[in-house]
Write a protein that binds this ligand. Structure first.
Ligand SMILES: [Fe+2]
Ligand SMILES: [Fe+2]
Length: 328
């Protein structure tokens, strides 16, 4: 999910003057919808943007495992537990494909993980909100994975080959995630009045953060034009956000839940839903790490990394043993 470019190019970064001939060839290939592969020449700014975008995306996948992991031991049935476990494992896999794709651009896994753990790298703001009741697990699948799909389907045609190919598989899995969330909520809204109220409460809390997942409005998204030209991005933040609202409102209707936006209404002339103003002050605060559970997420994340050290060490030792045997 989660590919909004949250941070702008770091200030003071040297501007690379590229060879105009190579640049023209590169741009022609991109314009012709050719894939750019790891060994191909590419402008430095293209490489930097991709590393930032793909690594943010990878971080979001693995940080996204945390709020759902909290509910594994509290899933209400064996069936729901098995579904949730499978989904969380998928997210871990998404993180791995994406770290691999970013590595092909010349950055190492250690650098990326360090940047995440030191707070330098961003991940999707959505995971800095808490999961308070079981219906939140449904709302995350329905809305968060749903927003991710909106973002990611066009990325299957992004210009960088390894990223585009990773997205093909990820998108298939994300659509299972979206459906399991919706299915969970469907069961709750048809349950007791209390269960339906929990589903409504979850929608109330997740709706606006889900709209924020598409990133800042286009007029405040300075990298968008360049990213569109280089086909790193295929649609703007606002276009994707509108698509998401248009697709999701009828799904809320079907659940019998109301979207917490008094300004939401169908606009016959535009052929789209109009919706209320997003609280951008909240968005930027969460981007800066002031989300309700941002600190908790990062300390859990660092603890998971430390706790997993023995697995990485064991894998290294195993690989070294194999290499030694092969050499002998
Ligand atoms: Fe994912
Ligand atoms: Fe997902």
């Amino acid at each position: 999910m989660y590919t909004t470019e949250l941070d702008k190019s770091p200030a003071g970064q040297p501007v690379t003057i590229e060879d105009p001939e190579l640049l023209a060839k590169f741009e022609a290939r991109v314009a012709a919808d050719d894939f750019i592969e790891p060994k191909d020449w590419m402008p430095e700014a293209y490489r930097r943007t991709l590393v930032r975008q793909i690594s943010q995306h990878a971080h979001s996948e693995i940080v996204g495992m945390l709020p759902e992991g909290n509910w594994l031991t509290r899933a209400p049935s064996l069936k729901r537990k098995a579904i949730l476990l499978a989904k969380i494992q998928d997210e871990g896999g998404h993180g791995l494909y994406l770290y691999c794709a970013a590595e092909t651009l010349g950055t190492s896994r250690e650098e990326m993980i360090d940047a995440l753990h030191s707070g330098k790298a961003k991940y999707s703001t959505i995971f800095n909100y808490p999961t308070l009741n079981w219906a939140d697990i449904g709302a995350i699948g329905w809305l968060v994975d749903g927003a991710a799909i909106m973002n990611q389907v066009p990325l299957q045609r992004t210009s960088y080959g390894p990223y585009a190919r990773a997205m093909v598989r990820i998108c298939k899995e994300e659509s299972f995630h979206q459906r399991q969330g919706y299915d969970l909520l469907l069961e709750m809204v048809n349950g007791t009045p209390e269960q339906k109220a929990m589903a409504q409460d979850a929608l109330n809390r997740w709706w606006w953060p889900a709209l924020m997942m598409f990133g800042p409005p286009d007029e405040n998204s300075p990298n968008t034009a360049q990213s569109l030209r280089w086909r790193i991005k295929r649609e703007t933040n606002d276009e994707l956000r509108q698509k998401f609202v248009d697709a999701t409102v009828p799904q809320a209707d079907l659940l019998g839940l109301s979207v917490p936006d008094p300004d939401l209404k169908w606009n016959e002339e535009r052929g789209h839903y109009d919706f209320g103003e997003i609280d951008w002050a909240e968005f930027y605060a969460v981007v800066k790490g002031q989300g309700p559970v941002a600190q908790e997420r990062m300390s859990e994340r660092r603890a998971a990394w430390d706790d997993g050290a023995w697995v990485r060490d064991a894998a290294d030792a195993h690989a070294a043993k194999h290499a030694a045997r092969a050499a002998a």
